[in-house]
Design a protein around this ligand. Structure first.
Ligand code: VGL
Ligand code: ZN
Length: 208
């Protein structure tokens, strides 16, 4: 039974000092390192938000829009973000303390400027797949545990897509390995994930 750990967007941009900081975001780094070192997992995967400088999710690309206002992208309501995780910048790098040498696979996402990609599996309009689903099926993954940043955006969409696209895979969220942008959004996310059939656990259940 192949067990995989999926680390969502543990990048400088989402940690304190980054361009789209999540409160306490760097607190997930030691959790990720402990789980990776535990040898519980057969496969470690990390997603990386990887935007072109003119990405359409950036408020800077929409005259008159400010960060954290709603706008429209790809025909959908879209949060206008500050410029973040631009390809090749420090903001897009993994947190320096994250033990990236333990990664088996990195899934970049958000490269198409015309649509956002919160999920590590597909774009928000669900048109294009990233290939991660195929990769996991090809590796025979039966159990997928997910953690990272941000709970209410990329972790949420990734976990819901995993549940939706991988019917034969058990999907769990490691709650203490996640931090969110909006506290209300985090509460809603945990409820929605439970409802969808994602089990919510703590990392201590895997590796104390
Ligand atoms: C994310 C907003 C924009 C995330 C990425 O990783 O949760 N949130 N891009
Ligand atoms: Zn992004």
């Amino acid at each position: 039974m192949t067990k995989a750990l999926l680390l969502i967007d543990i990048q400088n941009g989402f940690c304190p000092g980054g361009n789209l900081p999540v409160a306490d975001g760097d607190a997930v780094v030691p959790v990720a390192n402990r789980l990776m070192r535990s040898e519980y997992y057969d496969l470690i995967i990390a997603s990386q938000d990887w935007h072109p400088a003119d990405h359409g999710s950036f408020a800077s690309q929409h005259p008159g829009k400010h960060p954290f206002e709603m706008g429209v992208l790809a025909g959908q309501q879209q949060m206008m973000w500050p410029d973040h995780c631009v390809q090749g910048t420090d903001d897009a790098k993994f947190h320096p303390d994250l033990e990236t040498k333990l990664f088996d696979y990195v899934q970049k996402k958000g490269e198409n400027r015309t649509v956002d990609s919160y999920s590590a599996f597909r774009d928000n309009d669900r048109a294009a797949l990233t290939g991660l689903g195929q990769y996991l099926v090809g590796k025979g993954v039966a159990d997928l545990d997910i953690m990272g940043l941000a709970t209410d955006y990329c972790v949420r969409f990734s976990a819901l897509d995993a549940r939706d696209m991988l019917p034969n895979v058990t999907v769990r969220l490691i709650a203490d390995g996640c931090r969110g942008i909006d506290p209300q959004g985090v509460v809603q996310t945990l409820a929605d994930l439970r409802e969808a059939g994602v089990e919510i656990i703590d990392s201590g259940a895997i590796a104390p």
